[in-house]
Each structure stands twice: as C-alpha cells, then as structure tokens.
Design a protein around this ligand. Structure first.
Ligand code: SF4
Ligand code: F3S
Length: 104
C-alpha cells in the first residue's frame, strides 16, 4: 500500500485525493492519511503530491508511517475533493522535523 508521510504535514495540498480511484484518503487538521487496507496500490497519487509526501510502504522511510496512516484512517473523515490548503503551505514544503507538528 501507499502511505502519506511527514512532508504532508502543514502543507496538505490535497491534489492526491482527486485522483484516487478508491477514495481511500482521510483528512485531519494539518495532515492526510491513506487507509493502507483500502489502497489498491495503483500509484497514481504519488506523482500528484507537490510536497512529495506519498510513498509505497515497502520503502523504509514510509514503513514507519504505515501505522499512523492506519490509525488515523479509522478516526478521521473521508476526503475526496480538494479543499483549501493552509495559507502558508508553501513555506512548510520540504521542511524537516515536522513529525511532531501533526495535529491528531
Ligand atoms: Fe489511492 Fe492509488 Fe494512491 Fe492507493 S496508490 S491511495 S489507491 S491513488
Ligand atoms: Fe498531503 Fe501531498 Fe496530498 S501534501 S494532502 S499528500 S497532495
């Protein structure tokens, strides 16, 4: 499955949700997650993310995010349409150390 990783935090561009054929994205306050159990591994969302936040969970840096994606996918509402990104999204793009800023 594909999962959303740290780069999404406070960027939340949401281009990803528009292309997912099985609508398996879920929305938190400043982060999105994929339900890895619903993802069909099509891969179309990966190149759509301007923040390069989406990776297959077979990659080491993404594997550690799989549980976070699974957990919040059960708690957050489904999202299928791109909304408004944070006003300062571009400033947070690519910044390191955002993991602790995730709003649960
Ligand atoms: Fe959806 Fe495909 Fe991305 Fe999985 S890989 S989240 S099915 S767009
Ligand atoms: Fe996040 Fe990228 Fe989607 S920043 S909301 S994973 S397009």
């Amino acid at each position: 499955a594909y999962v959303v990783t740290e780069n999404c935090i406070k960027c939340k561009f949401m281009d990803c949700v528009e292309v997912c054929p099985v609508d398996c994205f879920y929305e938190g306050e400043n982060f999105l997650v994929i339900n890895p159990d619903e993802c069909i591994d099509c891969g179309v969302c990966e190149p759509e993310c301007p923040a390069e936040a989406i990776f297959p969970d077979s990659e080491e840096k993404a594997a550690e995010w799989a549980e976070t994606n699974r957990t919040y996918a059960e708690q957050w509402p489904n999202i299928t349409r791109k909304g408004e990104s944070p006003a300062d999204a571009d400033e947070w793009k690519g910044k390191p150390g955002k993991a602790e800023l995730l709003s649960p």
